[in-house]
Design a protein around this ligand. Structure first.
Ligand SMILES: [Zn+2]
Length: 274
């Protein structure tokens, strides 16, 4: 006769019906656990089992993925701790490996980054805008402090920026001029009247140069004198060449002592007569 009686497991101390007992002393769970342990210790068995598992994984990639996912989900916290501990314990080695990898795959990584950026350009720019809006005041203050502390670098930065953007600015300005001819004319007029004396001086020099009336021995002081003459020329008066530059018989020079300030109407009447 076989009687089922309650028995106490030697290992885990739980009480269970004796029908679950594999040997006389251990419950089924404990017995199985120790049996598996003994099997795992056998290298031949272990290699066989590993090969089986590997084969199964290769045949069922989807299931493997799903299992991995479920396992990761179930062991999230432990994995986090384990990975962090691993990182702390092997930090130098890991960083060294990373650097080596980065150096060996530099071009690849750069290409990948470029690609990624191109694909998510909008997101990057949106994020940048948002960030700027959020921290505008802080960013401005920080930049201001930097600029004040590094005047040389700031100058150099602006210079480089200008060189970089020069063609773009010019193209843009030209396009705008073409699209707004009336406004362009008005701006030119306003600019001209604001900078008339300097403008007149420049025009006179250009004209004098075209007529070869500027002698090569003219010093910068002479040139400054001429410029000041134009700048001090009052409204309604013109700077006039006493001996005209383009008279067919005599050719005057564009020099201070050949210049006089006369009323505009006299100058217009005079034209190139002498
Ligand atoms: Zn047990």
């Amino acid at each position: 006769m076989w009687y089922n009686v309650d028995m106490k497991c030697e290992t885990c101390q739980t009480t269970e019906s004796s029908k679950w007992y594999q040997n006389g002393t251990q419950c089924r769970k404990c017995f199985n656990r120790e049996y598996n342990k003994r099997r795992q210790a056998d290298p031949v068995f272990r290699a066989k089992k590993q090969a089986m598992v590997k084969a199964w994984r290769q045949e069922n990639p989807e299931k493997k993925k799903e299992n991995d996912r479920r396992w990761a989900e179930a062991h999230k916290e432990e994995e986090k701790i384990r990975k962090h501990e691993h990182y702390v314990n092997n930090k130098d080695q890991i960083l060294h490996k990373q650097r080596e990898y980065q150096l060996a795959h530099r071009e690849e990584i750069l290409a990948y980054k470029r690609d990624y950026y191109a694909q998510h350009k909008k997101r990057f720019s949106d994020y940048g805008k948002q960030y700027y809006l959020m921290f505008r005041e802080q960013i401005k203050a920080r930049n201001q402090i930097y600029r004040l502390a590094h005047p040389e670098q700031t100058k150099e930065m602006y210079r480089r920026y200008y060189i970089k953007m020069r063609d773009k600015y010019i193209t843009k300005a030209k396009a705008w001029d073409l699209a707004h001819p009336e406004k362009r004319k008005q701006i030119s007029r306003e600019y001209g009247s604001r900078n008339q004396p300097a403008h007149n001086a420049r025009t006179a020099f250009r004209r004098a140069k075209q007529l070869q009336a500027t002698p090569p021995w003219l010093t910068s002081e002479h040139k400054q004198q001429i410029k000041e003459l134009y700048q001090n020329c009052p409204q309604g008066y013109h700077v006039d060449h006493i001996v005209p530059l383009n008279n067919p018989d005599v050719s005057g020079l564009h020099v201070p002592w050949n210049l006089q300030i006369i009323p505009a109407e006299d100058n217009l009447r005079k034209s190139n007569r002498f």
